[in-house]
Design a protein around this ligand. Structure first.
Ligand SMILES: [Zn+2]
Length: 148
């Protein structure tokens, strides 16, 4: 599993399930205190995040992540609790992984408009909210201009 999902090495992959059109990955985070680096398992709370990831085997991938709020056990540490972050994989408030956002951005830059949207569809790259060629800003600007 680690070979197929090597981009998720910062996570503990708990399960991989067949979700029909998509591969569903259940994973949890594992990060030490961002200030002092002390590993901790003192869970203060947790929430789930669902994010889109790069496709595998022509199928979309959905990551269901269990992100915890942890308490730092180090006495001198200024952080009492912290929420696990996954730098390089997931940015705050994003619904796509960094690598998926990079792929979409690259396609939009290289191909523009409808060609990029068609290729995204062929490669099972999820582009939320896209109905036509709206993954590149140029097309969005053009359609806005034509309306106004
Ligand atoms: Zn700490």
């Amino acid at each position: 599993m680690g070979t197929v999902f090597s981009g998720l090495s910062a996570l503990v992959v708990e399960d991989v399930a067949d979700g029909g059109d998509a591969v569903v990955i259940l994973a949890r985070t594992r990060v030490p205190c961002p200030v002092c680096g002390t590993p901790t398992a003192k869970v203060h709370g947790e929430h789930r995040r669902t994010v889109r990831d790069v496709p595998v085997d022509g199928r979309q991938v959905v990551d269901h992540l269990r992100v915890r709020r942890l308490a730092c056990p180090a006495l001198g540490c200024r952080l009492q609790t912290f929420r696990e972050q996954i730098p390089g994989l997931l940015e705050r408030h994003q619904r796509r992984t960094v690598r998926l956002a990079g792929q979409i951005s690259q396609m939009a830059r290289e191909l523009r408009g409808r060609a990029a949207a068609r290729l995204a569809g062929l490669l099972a790259v999820p582009v939320p909210g896209v109905r036509r060629c709206a993954i590149c800003g140029a097309c969005r600007r053009r359609s806005r201009r034509s309306r106004g």
